[in-house]
Design a protein around this ligand. Structure first.
Ligand code: MN
Length: 230
């Protein structure tokens, strides 16, 4: 059973449940973890949701809406991603995670969607996260992407599907090696991936909230499958 390192955050339960359901063994890691040890002992790295990445880490001045993550998370998670990329360790990056992944690859972020992209669709929902009514907006999934293959969308009206959404930041300029794999109707990037790697996928929404109903379980299944060691 592959060990999946999960970065500690305030709402771990759904991430752990999704990994277990996919046949992985969750191991929650703290900001004091040695990234080299993670690469040595875990099969995959799951980056979770949380506060904002310090803007100076991607060369930007701090926006008034900046809301810091827990102390130490930026440095720890950026180091983890770089180590994992070097070792081609599978990475699944969710919400804040997609933003950390993008910054680690040299990309930038939209710091505050409501003020920097005022015409954007609302990306923050008020409903309980796993309530079916909590779908907040649709995404367009890029054809021929890993994401498209995993979601297996059989609809004929292109590849639109609904996702839950609670973020005020987003990927802006893409980091090295990353391509966009999903986008909201307002142009906000909702998915990235690096197809040159074993498994490197980031999503801006919260697939882990749906482990009870399984809408996005194929993402966790494929991640854990890729994280098996020979
Ligand atoms: Mn969104």
């Amino acid at each position: 059973m592959p060990v999946i390192a999960i970065t500690r955050c305030s709402a771990l339960g759904d991430y752990e449940a999704s990994i277990r359901q996919a046949g992985g063994e969750p191991r929650v890691i703290d900001v004091t973890i040695d990234p080299a040890e993670v690469v040595r002992t875990a099969g995959g790295l799951l980056l979770t949701g949380g506060g904002d990445v310090q803007p100076d880490l991607y060369g930007a001045a701090t926006h008034p809406a900046f809301s810091a993550a827990e102390a130490g998370r930026d440095a720890c998670e950026l180091a983890l991603v770089r180590r994992a990329l070097d070792a081609d360790l599978p990475i699944f990056a969710i919400c804040r995670g997609i933003q950390v992944l993008n910054v680690a690859c040299g990309g930038t972020l939209v710091q505050d969607i409501p003020t920097e992209r005022p015409s954007a669709t609302p990306h923050r929902l008020a409903m309980p996260p796993h309530d079916a009514r909590a779908w907040a907006h649709v995404i367009q999934v890029e054809p021929h992407s890993l994401l498209s293959a995993l979601l297996g969308d059989r609809r004929t009206d292109a590849a639109a599907r609904e996702v839950n959404s609670r973020h005020h930041q987003a990927v802006d300029a893409l980091g090295d090696g990353l391509r966009m794999s999903a986008v909201a109707p307002d142009g906000i990037i909702e998915g990235v991936e690096d197809q040159g790697r074993r498994f490197c996928l980031g999503v801006q929404w919260h697939p882990e909230n749906f482990h009870r109903t399984g809408e996005f379980q194929p993402l966790f299944d494929a991640f854990v499958r890729a994280s098996r060691r020979p």
